[in-house]
Design a protein around this ligand. Sequence first.
Ligand code: ADP
Ligand code: TYD
Length: 217
Amino acid sequence: MPNDAGPNARGLFISLEGIDGAGKSTQAKMLAEHLKTQGRDVVLTREPGGSDGAEEIRGLLVEGEPGRWSPETEILLFTAARRDHLERRILPSLNAGRTVITDRFADSTRVYQGAVRADLRNSVDQLHTLMIGQEPDLTLVIDMDPDEALARGLARDTTEARFEKFGAAFQHRLRDGFRALVEQYPERCKLIDGNRTAPEIAIDLAKIVDQAALAHG
Ligand code: ADP
Ligand code: TYD
């Protein structure tokens, strides 16, 4: 029996969101470790990706030149990847009582494709309702200075920099988009100050998640 199955047998579903280089992956790993020390069965995953098929789609989206895809095509590709990730990994894990932590989920599409790449929120929402229909129980939005985050992101020296190549103004608009999202979904989304050391942020996240886990049952 999964060790976090209680009155609510479905596992807790947590997403981390924020601009490129905000510290999501770092915090996702630290949060997974924190929850594992409590004896929880944790699945740490990411988007785009997280399942074999979605990881193949990932390469198409994060590599190459910024103009490689239109925002409309991006919505379709990110949603196709998400559908595979959901079917093959997220839902089976939640149904087995596991805690799922995903580094990005549908809020990234709402902000990147729905608000910043283009004004396409309506299309994003319709496709989400049709093909995904799931929200995390808790979304931790790491908020930080876009110039610093971009510098951190670019310092990684990776081929996966397609969205970083849209530049600093793009990252500033993304930050505004994520802040607006937290205002739109205040129950689910928590804004986290990312302009601190990683351990300081991790302590904050652990507290918020422990509370959410208690409420989840
Ligand atoms: P994201 O997943 O949001 O793109 P990462 O967790 O990969 O961000 O972090 C981007 C870079 O910044 C990495 O090199 C990471 O080691 C570093 N980093 C992460 N968190 C912090 C922090 N709180 N302070 C300073 N550097 C950080
Ligand atoms: P990620 O590897 O998390 O990038 P980073 O570590 O720089 O934060 O995500 C890949 C890129 O894909 C990132 O720039 C954000 C973008 N993205 C979207 O535009 N829409 C989406 O729905 C998702 C999930 C990601």
